[in-house]
Ligand binder design. Structure first.
Ligand code: C2G
Length: 132
């Protein structure tokens, strides 16, 4: 069995998230998602996620191509998480191109093209504009 791991916040779930998760799963048989804690998201993006961790976790766990979700508490713990979850491959969107090459000694590291023209930030801005 080939195990895949990916990481992200997956806030305000959209088709870009669905596509990367589906494509990630296609590289193996089991997909684990390291889902950023609310605190980690705040430290990465300077704002709280729209959906709290429990809702983001419930949404991702409901997807048929996601087998397991755990809380990513620190960006510094990737090596530990990859090892703990026995991952054979780490898959990330290519906004992270090159950033995780240091893990090539313990697993395959694969970057996939992002889905163009959609992001959580853009969705938030559109909704904000509609209401202003
Ligand atoms: N993504 C995508 N296409 C989009 C938007 C996002 O393919 N239009 C991908 C990103 O490349 C990423 C995943 O969806 O692989 C999750 O995106 P985010 O929730 O924005 O994740 P991020 O905040 O980049 O967190 O440790 C790494 C970080 O936790 C990654």
């Amino acid at each position: 069995m080939r195990r895949i791991i990916t990481f992200g916040t997956f806030d305000v779930l959209h088709v870009g998230h669905i596509r990367i998760l589906k494509r990630a799963k296609a590289y193996g048989d089991h997909l684990t998602v390291g889902l950023s804690s609310d605190e980690l998201n705040f430290s990465k993006k300077g704002r709280n996620p729209i959906y709290p961790y429990s809702s983001r976790e419930e949404l991702l766990s409901s997807l048929r191509f996601v087998d397991e979700v755990f809380m990513e508490e620190s960006l510094e713990k990737k090596r530990e998480y990859i090892t703990q979850h026995n991952a054979d491959a780490l898959v990330m969107g290519n906004d992270w191109e090159g950033k995780f090459d240091e893990f090539k000694d313990i697993c395959d590291v694969i970057y996939l093209p992002r889905t163009p023209s959609i992001s959580t930030t853009e969705i938030i801005e559109i909704i904000r504009d509609v209401h202003s």
